[in-house]
Design a protein around this ligand. Structure first.
Ligand code: BGC
Length: 746
């Protein structure tokens, strides 16, 4: 297992738990509109940033383009003046009314690394992968708004959220922080969550740009992928997320892409992001990802977590390079102006934050907990339900609950995105041995599925076995009407899983329970896809992912039918790892630290289900799959063409309970080739017997190929075949229409 320098630094950080000065005011806002014309809110963010940067000295500009990791270890136990303590800090400029930039992780809530803000905690949302499984952009927005509001109350104004790298390898330790394997789904979900954050006057990032698709050797891995393939896959996810969410910042990643470090990759930053996509915000580096001053000319605007780099490249060395004429002064102006533009656009100047308040103060914590619960309920996926064993019959007399620390809580993912809902109530914090403790603890949120089930089924006698001994579980399972077995898999930043097996002998435990009792329900709490060697022995499987601070209650509601499952897989669940292009040991796993290596993404844009379908491989469960306690039908399909495809159809709840359908529109064929792509999705709540018409128009880029030579999206003219389906393998109802040939400039 290789860890980044950040994680290495985290080693010693763990030792430092000094109390800090907390209440930190931002610099005084501007005094008069005439003295500070950029404070005129009727001007555009571009105009305001241009006016402001004109008044700045070179040193002032320089002060905006690099920042520290705001943890006291680096400052002899004291934070820099003005910092509240968080992942990063860039001081403001009082003379000009420029606020400090207080940066915090991440997409799942506002983190408090090393308890740097004593007593502070935040709402812990489910994993982003669970969020993607909701197929519901409104829930994504609502979750973003929760994060944004809490950040704002705590004095954070830059939230390092918006992870959107595609799940190319199911072992990637950070897949849980991302939104799955499809660019349209991931881009929309992440874009909406960014929009939710920024509507609270907090800048959000989108990250980690780009092709940061494994953690193993993340500082040295060179992602090799051709231009067309990346434009149609990982970069498309970023492009869509940026269009929808307008994030103030893009965080470039640790890895190299086609030979150049992502944060010094002129093609990715200058050509694609800033030129082709017209991105007006700023590029910040990941923490410790800058290697040289000339990254500034390659398109990087801000060096973050500078203590982790060899030098503060964007400090004195940048000044010197500008003085010597090696880097144009105009570049520094542009860097500062881009940062200011995002600050104006998100409202940092017009909505100054009050003095920060910590704990769950300054926002409606109960309402936020409900958002966390609603998200969990919609993202939990019912994978198998033979003989309608779920929802649990209220008449069951005895239930044995086994394993997964279900008596205490639900597991969460590790690393910089780890939110601790309430430090006084962490159910279990395992592992994180010695100096690695800070970032690799296995935290369980104190939301016990066992307790929730007991509350929901007071007539049923529910017993619990921790699941240490398969023999003991088998013995008890024989005497129960039904068994619910919880299995957990911890994933975290800085390391990938070596394989897709559930750890700690949990497969043997499930096997033993299933053999002893045919009414065994498995609840998985995993970072992504796992093997299920016992699948044909159990009648029901529920994928609950990392379900956040209300996960236990949400799981219980799904199991009892208080909530009807409506989550759908945002990643393929393979029959085995062998079905993936890289199924051997993780690339680079055995190389010495510091040695660069290539990972060739030869599957190109055929990520996940696209490759499964192209190669005719049968997964365990396909992308988009998910069951419900009701059933839905799709009918009256109308497909029209022209500039793009517009698909309209009727969704009907044909069962006898209310539920939510997640209709998915797939492209099956272009005029020239068989091509499977998700081109639209929706989430529709329906009462029994109720119908609704849904109309979706395809983003024309999803019908096109990217012509790398002409640097344009090229849509072939002719007939396009589509289907409205329940998942990527379902033939669904199909139709076709003719689309005219066109070129679309990115
Ligand atoms: C992670 C980022 C995170 C940053 C600041 C890095 O190690 O890759 O996702 O935002 O640290 O904590």
């Amino acid at each position: 297992m290789k860890r980044s320098r950040k994680f290495a630094a985290g080693l010693s950080l763990a030792a430092s738990t000094l109390a800090l000065a907390l209440a930190v005011a931002t610099p005084a806002p501007a005094q008069t509109a005439s003295a500070q014309p950029w404070m005129n809110p009727t001007l555009s963010p571009d105009q305001r940033a241009a006016l402001l940067v004109k008044d700045m000295t070179p040193d002032e500009k320089l002060s905006l383009v690099h920042g520290v990791m705001a943890l006291p270890f680096f400052f002899g136990g004291k934070l820099p003046e003005g910092a509240i303590g968080s992942a990063g800090y860039i001081p403001g400029i009082a003379r000009l009314g420029i606020p400090h930039q207080q940066e915090s992780d991440a997409s799942l809530g506002v983190t408090n690394p090393l308890m740097i803000r004593p007593g502070d905690y935040a709402t812990a949302l489910p994993s982003s992968l669970l969020l993607a499984a909701t197929f519901n952009t409104k829930i994504a927005y609502d979750g973003g708004a929760v994060v944004g509001q809490e950040a704002w109350a705590k004095g954070i104004n830059v939230q390092l959220a918006g992870g959107v790298d595609l799940a190319r390898d199911p072992r990637n330790g950070r897949n849980f922080e991302y939104a799955g394997e499809d660019p349209w789904l991931a881009g929309n979900i992440v874009g909406e969550s960014i929009r939710g954050i920024q509507d609270q006057h907090v800048i959000s990032t989108v990250k980690h740009y780009a092709i940061n698709d494994q953690e193993t050797g993340r500082n040295y891995v060179n992602s090799v992928i051709d231009e067309q393939a990346m434009r149609e896959s990982d970069l498309l996810a970023f492009e869509i997320a940026i269009e929808k969410g307008q994030p103030g910042s893009v965080m470039c990643s640790y890895n190299l892409v086609n030979g150049a470090y992502a944060c010094g990759n002129s093609h990715l930053l200058n050509d694609v992001l800033k030129r082709d996509w017209g991105y007006k915000g700023y590029v910040m580096s990941d923490w410790g990802a800058v290697k040289a001053t000339d990254f500034a000319v390659k398109g990087l605007d801000q060096q973050s977590g500078e203590q982790l780099d060899k030098e503060v490249w964007f400090g004195a060395p940048l000044k010197e390079a500008i003085d010597k004429g090696e880097i144009p002064a105009a570049r520094l102006t542009d860097m500062a102006q881009r940062i200011l533009r995002s600050m104006f656009a998100a409202g940092l100047f017009d909505h100054p934050q009050p003095a920060p308040v910590f704990g769950d103060k300054g926002y409606d914590a109960a309402a936020h907990a409900e958002v966390a619960k609603a998200e969990a309920e919609e993202g939990i996926v019912l994978l198998k339900n033979e003989g309608g064993i779920l929802p649990l019959a209220k008449s069951a007399k005895t239930i044995l609950v086994v394993g997964g620390h279900a008596d205490a809580g639900v597991i969460s993912g590790g690393g910089s995105s780890q939110v601790v809902a309430d430090p006084n109530q962490v159910a279990i914090a395992q592992g994180g041995d010695g100096m690695m403790a800070a970032f690799s603890k296995i935290n369980y949120h104190p939301s016990s599925p066992l307790k929730a089930l007991r509350a929901a089924l007071p007539q049923t006698q529910i017993s619990f076995d921790v699941g240490n001994y398969p023999e003991e579980v088998a013995r008890k399972a024989k005497n129960a009407d039904l068994v619910i077995i919880f299995a957990t898999q911890w994933m975290g930043e800085g390391a990938d899983a070596p394989n897709l097996n559930l750890p700690d002998g949990q497969n043997a435990l499930i096997q033993a329970a299933a053999e002893a009792n045919p009414h065994t329900v498995v609840v998985l709490e995993t970072g992504g896809a796992v093997n299920m060697p016992w699948l044909d022995k159990v009648p029901a499987v529920v994928e609950a992912w990392y379900s956040g601070q209300k996960g236990g209650e949400a799981i219980s509601d799904i199991l009892t039918g208080a909530s009807n499952p409506s989550g759908h897989l945002p990643v393929t669940f393979p029959a085995s790892l062998d079905q993936y292009p890289r199924s051997g040991p993780l690339p680079g796993i055995d190389l010495p630290d510091g040695q660069q290596f290539d990972v060739s993404y030869d599957e190109g844009a055929d990520v996940g289900y696209k490759r499964f379908i192209k190669l005719g491989m049968k997964p365990l469960y396909p992308f988009g799959y998910g069951l419900s306690y009701t059933s839905f039908s799709y009918s009256d399909l109308k497909v029209s063409g022209g500039d793009t495809l517009t698909v309209s159809f009727t969704v009907t709840n044909t069962g006898d309970v209310a539920g939510k359908a997640a209709p998915q529109v797939y492209l099956n064929r272009t005029p020239n080739e068989a091509l499977k792509r998700l081109i639209g999705f929706s989430k529709v709540a329906l009462k029994p017997g109720e119908s609704q018409t849904v109309t979706l128009s395809a983003d024309p880029r999803l019908l096109a190929h990217f012509d790398a030579k002409a640097n344009t999206w090229s849509v072939a003219g002719g007939a396009y075949a589509v289907a409205v389906a329940q998942d990527a393998e379902d033939p669904g109802v199909s139709g076709s229409a003719s689309v005219r040939a066109r070129q679309i400039k990115p």
